[in-house]
Design a protein around this ligand. Structure first.
Ligand SMILES: C[S@@+](CC[C@H](N)C(=O)[O-])C[C@H]1O[C@@H](n2cnc3c(N)ncnc32)[C@H](O)[C@@H]1O
Length: 217
């Protein structure tokens, strides 16, 4: 739901409700598919982009600790992967999902994620993140206004320049968040088919970069 109570999700379901399913195995199945609750694959191109995003902020005039946002982090499936590449990893999800992560795996919530957020304003106020990783979370949000507002809020952070987004292929065109990224002038740097993360089920792994005229750090 957005702030006005409008359902923002696709037909897959309401994530505030899915987060609260009684059996955690059902939550995991909703997140990644049954028996697929293992970290995603990071191709050599993705690893290069992770390094690039790190270097960009550590080699800048005002260096900061490279921080990545795991958007829609769910139960933290990809936290350990991101941890290998960034000294600071923060999770972002709905309050219901964050509560479930803490309840199911308090150690993971505390040791893999440096912090957990549920509001874009708090995220921007507290974290000079340089990159956002999205594993099939933005895709489930079909509301253009959500994406426009969310991205505009995050763009208030001048260090935020890279988005890595993973989404499954459908016959109904590109997901709404890709349209909004294009509309706001973000540039596609890289795209590849990822058939490893979901064990043979093809996904797009795409890297978007912020346009030059908004790059002042
Ligand atoms: C398919 S799951 C992917 C979870 C995780 N990225 C992974 O790969 O394991 C989609 C995630 O997006 C989250 N999500 C959906 N709408 C959201 C929103 N408006 N804000 C934050 N997270 C959201 C859901 O709660 C869920 O955890």
């Amino acid at each position: 739901m957005d702030e006005e109570g409008k359902n923002i999700w696709d037909t897959f379901g309401r994530w505030d409700e899915l987060a609260q399913l009684k059996d955690v195995a059902d939550v995991k199945a909703a997140i990644s598919g049954r028996d697929l609750f293992v970290p995603n694959y990071a191709s050599s191109a993705t690893q290069y982009v992770f390094k690039y995003a790190n270097d960009e902020v550590t080699l800048s005039d005002a260096p900061v600790s490279p921080t990545i946002v795991d958007f829609g982090c769910g139960l933290g499936r990809n936290g350990p992967l991101l941890r290998q590449h960034f000294p600071r990893v923060v999770g972002y999800d709905l309050p219901q999902m964050m509560e479930r992560m803490r309840a199911e795996d308090p150690d993971l919530a505390a040791s893999v994620y440096d912090d957990l957020y549920t509001s874009p304003d708090a995220l921007v106020a507290n974290e000079p993140f340089c990159a956002l990783y999205d594993s099939v979370a933005l895709q489930h949000i079909v509301d253009f206004d959500f994406h426009k507002s969310f991205l505009t809020t995050l763009e208030a952070n001048p260090r935020f320049r890279t988005i890595i987004t993973l989404y499954f292929k459908t016959s109904s065109g590109v997901p709404a968040h890709i349209d909004v990224l294009n509309e706001r002038g973000w540039t596609l740097w890289h795209s590849e088919e990822d058939v490893l993360s979901f064990r043979g089920i093809p996904h797009n792994a795409a890297v978007y970069r912020r346009p030059d005229d908004r790059q002042a750090i």
